[in-house]
Design a protein around this ligand. Structure first.
Ligand SMILES: Cc1cc2nc3c(=O)[nH]c(=O)nc-3n(C[C@H](O)[C@H](O)[C@H](O)COP(=O)(O)OP(=O)(O)OC[C@H]3O[C@@H](n4cnc5c(N)ncnc54)[C@H](O)[C@@H]3O)c2cc1C
Length: 411
């Protein structure tokens, strides 16, 4: 079988890999996407994906610049204007979009919608070739011409291979890159519920000593639930009948949204912190969950992955302009330097949050109540937290800026 050559091979066409393929294809890089499972193309109107993402402003800008945002809005993206974080019997903090002159704080979107909108876009790009269903069974790394072998025996080569194949990245393992981290001894129970009081364009998060309970607004009067708790309680929540589940969840939410009623299935995800020791090797770069996995309590996982891919695009455009080899270490090091520190900082912050709020020692409870109360009263602190959550604080890659409007893509 003859070998096909590309500029860039992307393993994984999930949210991050598909966005990367769109951005590179738009810029006339010849791209191969290798994905083992085709995305869902249609679904019953009354069904819900139990996996959703809180999409930051930076990610929204990326999707808009890739011409995929309007399709996401048509398929279903729910804006939220307020976020309420509280601890039972303690302080609470309210974030309002209006405080910083923004129309909203972000959007809640089902993962299947994000992926489908990106696939619809990448399938219009002549420069992108999709291999699906397919996976990579062999990898030979080389600074100038890394090669992969697909499970059906096809051979592909490129100037750079990108691993966007998720937390259990096979490519990362094949490249011999190890990961550090630990299990949180927590499982996230996820599902969709109807709320008696409607969605109020607000996200809610209650901290309990077993873990945070997040209620993310969806269309009409629905919420997506992410309840991180002990594996034992998660098992009970999955096993109990719907009526008991509704009562337990309504109690845990302190009835802030009235009676909550389960719609459809429940799912569970064991939670861990994981970080690849390196993001790069000659001819290879890791992006998204292949590089880092964080606690979902701040809803930042895919947002960080999208910033990775946007930064990588900046560096590849720069390298092409200067005629540097795309897979060379000096090019890839600029990408790693720009992203690794920021991802570690976010992971660390989530870890501290998780540990601080999972502890019922009275002095700790007093300190965190003081902290929440103080942050709520100090407007500059609150606004800084909002800007960080929007992903628009500090230096952002070109694609994540609101005024890029795809302009630089076509330059
Ligand atoms: C309960 C929960 C709630 C979350 N909530 C949020 C949130 O609100 N906001 C947020 O930003 N993040 C959230 N996250 C994190 C977010 O879901 C992940 O960060 C995101 O899915 C990572 O995207 P990715 O494209 O890097 O990887 P993935 O989504 O894992 O995609 C990897 C892709 O690669 C494919 N693949 C895997 N192996 C192979 C192979 N060998 N060959 C070919 N293809 C392969 C897979 O089929 C998949 O399509 C949450 C996570 C959890 C568990």
């Amino acid at each position: 079988m003859s070998e096909q050559h590309f500029d860039i091979i992307i393993a994984g066409g999930g949210m991050v890999g598909a966005a990367l393929a769109c951005a590179l294809g738009e810029n006339n890089f010849q791209v191969a996407v290798i994905e083992r499972r085709p995305p869902a193309r249609d679904w019953p109107a009354d069904s819900h994906d139990i996996r959703v993402s809180a999409i930051s402003r930076a990610s929204q800008n990326i999707f808009a610049n890739l011409d995929a945002w309007s399709a996401m809005q048509e398929l279903g993206a729910t804006p939220y204007e307020q976020m309420v974080v509280w601890e039972s019997g303690g302080a609470e903090i309210h974030f309002h979009a209006a405080d910083i002159g923004e129309p909203d704080l972000g959007h809640i979107i089902e993962n299947r919608i994000v992926q489908l909108a990106l696939w619809q876009r990448l399938e219009t790009l002549d420069a992108v070739k999709v291999f699906c269903p397919a996976s990579i069974s062999g990898l030979t790394l080389d600074e100038h011409c890394p090669q992969v072998v697909l499970n059906d025996g096809q051979r592909l080569s490129a100037a750079l291979v990108v691993a966007a194949d998720g937390a259990r990245s096979a490519l990362r393992d094949m490249a011999g890159i190890s990961t550090g981290g630990w299990g949180y001894d927590q499982t996230a129970v996820v599902c969709t519920v109807h709320a008696e009081k409607g969605n109020q364009a607000s996200c809610w998060q209650r901290f309990m000593n077993t873990g945070p309970l997040a209620l993310l607004p969806m269309e009409d009067e629905l919420f997506s639930i992410v309840w991180s708790t002990t594996p034992e309680q998660a098992g009970e929540l999955l096993d109990m009948d719907a009526q008991d589940f509704d009562a337990t969840l309504t109690r845990a939410s302190e009835q802030r949204l009235g009676q909550l009623s389960l719609l459809g299935e429940r799912g569970a995800f064991p939670l861990r912190l994981q970080h690849a020791r390196q993001y790069i090797k000659p001819g290879l770069a890791l992006v998204g969950d292949a590089a880092h996995v964080i606690h979902p309590l701040a809803g930042q996982g895919v947002n960080l992955g999208l910033l990775d891919m946007a930064e990588l695009v900046d560096q590849l455009l720069r390298a092409r302009e200067r005629r540097y080899p795309l897979g060379s270490l000096p090019v890839l090091r600029r990408y790693e330097r720009a992203r690794k520190g920021e991802n570690i900082a976010m992971q660390g912050a989530m870890d501290i949050f998780k540990k601080t709020f999972s502890n019922d020692l009275p002095p700790l409870k007093v300190i965190r109540n003081l902290g929440l109360g103080l942050a709520n009263r100090l407007t500059p602190v609150r606004n800084l937290l909002i800007r960080n959550a929007l992903g628009t604080a500090g230096e952002t890659p070109m694609l994540a800026r609101s005024n890029a409007s795809g302009q630089h893509l076509k330059d």
